[in-house]
Structure formats: structure tokens, C-alpha cells
Design a protein around this ligand. Structure first.
Ligand code: PGA
Length: 251
């Protein structure tokens, strides 16, 4: 895929159906056609309605926040990629630190989910990032490298080139503490170098690498302005239309 500037929102488990539709509509109404790509990562119950709303705007798309790795079957309570696709989402967020931590999602499971998503021609937004202790120990680059190697590097070049990466230091998620623009740039540069080693410069240069962790209207411009930062995955600030629109306008 072509490297793109992207503002992706991750609503997590917030907004009921009515509130979600209102939020999506306010964002759609506030975007103009020339804008960079924006993606709304909404709860599964909202995907169909939000897909209908964003259809009217050229650069606005919908992501699911998770999926099951199997194509279908006896997995009570789970949602398949085909289901997600059938209601209009084009992206699936995978490997978010909350999924890794609270739902024990490890690298093998994530690799299987990546395969299933790509198999249905949807696009994974694959999250990686280190906890505070690893950052303080100074081994954050090795930590993130291993997360990417373990869950993505089985992919052939063509498949890998569809992936969007989101670097989200866990200590910055929902804490109000943002990585400095330089810390984000350093990690993104390291990720791109790793991709160049594995898949070559063309794939590395073509991969969108988003930063996530307390992105807000006040800091988006500076973070997105870093040469290897292609946009953001935004939690809290994506729940207010005015804030998210300001972030979308930050490129
Ligand atoms: P935050 O969340 O913007 O609220 O820190 C980011 C994320 O978890 O994707």
C-alpha cells in the first residue's frame, strides 16, 4: 500500500449506538473532500450504521477493534472478519495493548488474526509498544522489534505491504503523558529501518506508521510533523468530534 497520512480514532468501549451515530455524523460533516484519510475504530454494534454515515465522505472509513482468528464456527460471542466486512469496515485494529493485557492476546494468536484479516482483504492496523519498565530499562526498541517480528514477519512482502503499524507506548495510553515528538520519531525510524532490513526500502518507505498515546489537538501537529510519523491512533480525543476534527486537520 501507498504510505498515507492517517488519523485513526479508537473509540474503545465508549458511546452507545445513538451517541456513536451522532459522533460519526459530526465528524463526517466536519470533513472536506481533500482531507487525509481518517478512520473511525468503533464498537462492533456500531459498524453498520457508522459505515452508512461515512460513505458520504471520500476519505473517511471504519475499523473494527478486534476480530476472531477463525473464519466462522462455534465461538460464542465472537465476531468474524467476514461479518465485519459485510457491514462495511475496511480495517481491523489488532494487537492493541488492552487486548494483549486484558484478553491475553499473544504473538501467535495475533499472527493468526493478521492472516485472517488479510485473507479477507481487510487491512490490519497492527499495534505495538512497550510498557514503562521496558522504556526505563532502555530496551524499548528491541521489545517493539520482537512484537513485529513475532506477529508480522511470517508475511510475504506483498501481504506485509498492506499492513498499517501503530506504535503506542503503553505508558502514554490514556495517561495524558505523550511521548515527545523526538521519542516518537526515534521509534518510528527504528521500525522503518527494521522493515527495510526485512522487506526492502520500497516496502519500508510505503508503510504508514501511526503514533498512539495521548494524542490531542494541542500536540498532534508537532507529532505528525516528524518525518517518520504518518499520523495517529487516537483514543480519548477521538470521542469528541471537535477534538478529532482538529487532529484530522493537523497534517
Ligand atoms: P489515548 O489512547 O489516545 O486515549 O491515549 C490511544 C489508544 O489506546 O489507541
Amino acid at each position: 500500500m501507498k504510505r498515507q497520512q492517517i488519523a485513526a480514532g479508537n473509540w474503545k468501549m465508549n458511546k452507545n449506538y445513538t451517541e456513536g451515530r451522532q459522533l460519526a455524523k459530526a465528524i463526517a460533516d466536519g470533513m472536506d473532500e481533500s482531507e487525509n484519510l481518517a478512520i473511525l475504530g468503533v464498537p462492533a454494534t456500531h459498524i453498520k450504521a457508522v459505515s452508512g454515515i461515512v460513505k458520504k465522505v471520500a476519505n473517511l472509513e471504519v475499523a473494527a477493534q478486534n476480530c476472531h482468528q477463525a473464519e466462522s464456527g462455534a465461538y460464542t460471542g465472537e465476531i468474524s472478519v467476514s461479518m465485519i466486512k459485510s457491514v462495511g469496515a475496511k480495517y481491523v485494529i489488532l494487537g492493541h495493548s488492552e487486548r494483549r493485557e486484558y484478553f491475553n492476546e499473544g504473538h501467535e494468536l495475533l499472527a493468526a488474526k493478521v492472516n485472517t484479516v488479510l485473507g479477507k482483504r481487510l487491512i490490519p492496523i497492527f499495534c505495538c509498544g512497550e510498557p514503562l519498565a521496558i522504556r526505563e530499562a532502555g530496551t524499548h526498541v528491541a521489545h517493539v522489534k520482537k512484537q513485529l517480528e513475532d506477529s508480522l514477519f511470517h508475511l510475504k512482502k506483498n501481504a506485509f505491504s498492506k499492513i498499517i503499524i501503530a506504535y503506542e507506548p503503553i505508558w502514554a495510553i490514556g495517561t495524558g503523558v505523550t511521548a515527545s515528538p523526538q521519542q516518537a520519531q526515534d521509534m518510528h525510524k527504528a521500525i522503518r529501518a527494521l522493515l527495510a532490513d526485512k522487506y526492502g526500502a520500497t516496502v519500508a518507505d510505503g508503510t504508514s506508521i501511526l503514533y498512539g498515546g495521548s494524542v490531542k489537538p494541542a500536540n498532534a501537529k508537532e507529532i505528525f510533523g516528524q518525518p517518520d510519523v504518518d499520523g495517529g491512533l487516537v483514543g480519548g480525543a477521538s470521542l469528541k468530534a471537535a477534538d478529532f476534527l482538529q487532529i484530522i486537520h493537523s497534517f
